[in-house]
Structures are given as C-alpha cells and as structure tokens.
Design a protein around this ligand. Sequence first.
Ligand code: HEM
Length: 165
Amino acid sequence: MSDASGKGPVIEEVLDEDVQSTVAVAGHPLHAMGVHFPIALAIATLGVDVFYWFTGDPFWVRVSLWSSGFAFATAALAGLIGTAELVLVRGIRIRVASWTHAIAAMMLIAVLGLNWGFRMQNPENILPHGLLLSVLASLFTGLAGWHGGKLVFDHGIGLIISDKE
Ligand code: HEM
C-alpha cells in the first residue's frame, strides 16, 4: 500500500539505504574518475577507423590497435571498480537501475574486447568488420554511459557528501 506521498513500503526501504561511494581516494569516487578513459577511447577508435576508410593509410590500423586495446583495458578496470561499488554498497545493490547499468557495461566490455582481439588477428580486415565493431562499441558506450549517468543524477548514487562547511 502506498501512503499519501505515493511511496509504498518497498520504495521507502530502498530510499532509506545509503548510496554513497565506497571505492574512493580522498573523497573522490574512483569509478567516476576512471570511466572517461574507455568512453573517449571507444569513440576515438571509431573516428580512427573512419580516417582509415577515407585515407587507406595503414598508420590508422596501428593507431586503432592501441586505442581499442586501451579502451578494453580501461573499461575492464572501471568495470572492476564499478562491480566493487555494486557488491559492497547495499543501497546501490538493491536498485534495479544499478543492474541495468551493469548489464549494459558488461556488454560494452565484451564488445571492446572483441574489437581489440579482432584487430590483433585480422589487421587486414578492418573494413568493414572492425569499423562495424567500433560502431557497436560506440552504441554500447552511449547506452552504458547514459545509464551510469542516470544512477548519479536520478538516484544520487556514488556521491560522497563532505561534512566540511
Ligand atoms: C560491470 C561493470 C560496471 C558496474 C557494475 C558499474 C557500476 C556503476 C555504479 C554503481 C555507478 C554509480 C556511481 C558509483 O558508485 O561510482 C556507476 C556510474 C557510472 N558508470 Fe559504471 N559500472 C560498470 C562499468 C562501467 C563502464 C565500462 C563504463 C563506461 C562507459 C561506465 C560508465 C559509468 C558512468 C558514466 C557513470 C556515471 C559516473 C559519474 O558521472 O559520476 N561504467 N557505474
């Protein structure tokens, strides 16, 4: 049953839980600090593939091998930190939105790994398969990033409110 505010007992219980970040350095949450790298590198890899498409210069194939590799490595690292937040903080763990973001992020990490591994094995096959994987990775980056942002801006998750004046 919901009360006059429209919130039922289950919603009240969810709202009561602490959602502050625990994996942080000097009050700065590490996941929020780290996610910029995979986001930028995944989108940059798509840009690099488009340069290769237009120029045909194999220099861009080597650039994309590094950018896709670091996109995957930094996403995996961000994923480990995000998973620690998810597992350790009950208020984060019991929200469905957290799991929506986690699933989108796991899909992203898998596609980034595939994109990098594909380039290692098939550097001559970037067009069209590598390019298409970069498009897919960019779409998942948008999806995971969007849902990550919703956690912070809609649910107030992952903040650390300082008690300093
Ligand atoms: C399994 C993997 C992941 C899990 C479980 C996870 C979990 C979380 C959690 C709990 C938050 C709330 C803030 C916090 O507690 O730090 C968050 C925020 C966020 N996540 Fe993830 N995350 C994962 C991977 C990723 C990846 C790979 C990206 C890169 C696209 C990403 C992008 C974001 C963004 C943009 C935010 C909002 C950050 C902010 O502005 O403060 N996450 N994530």
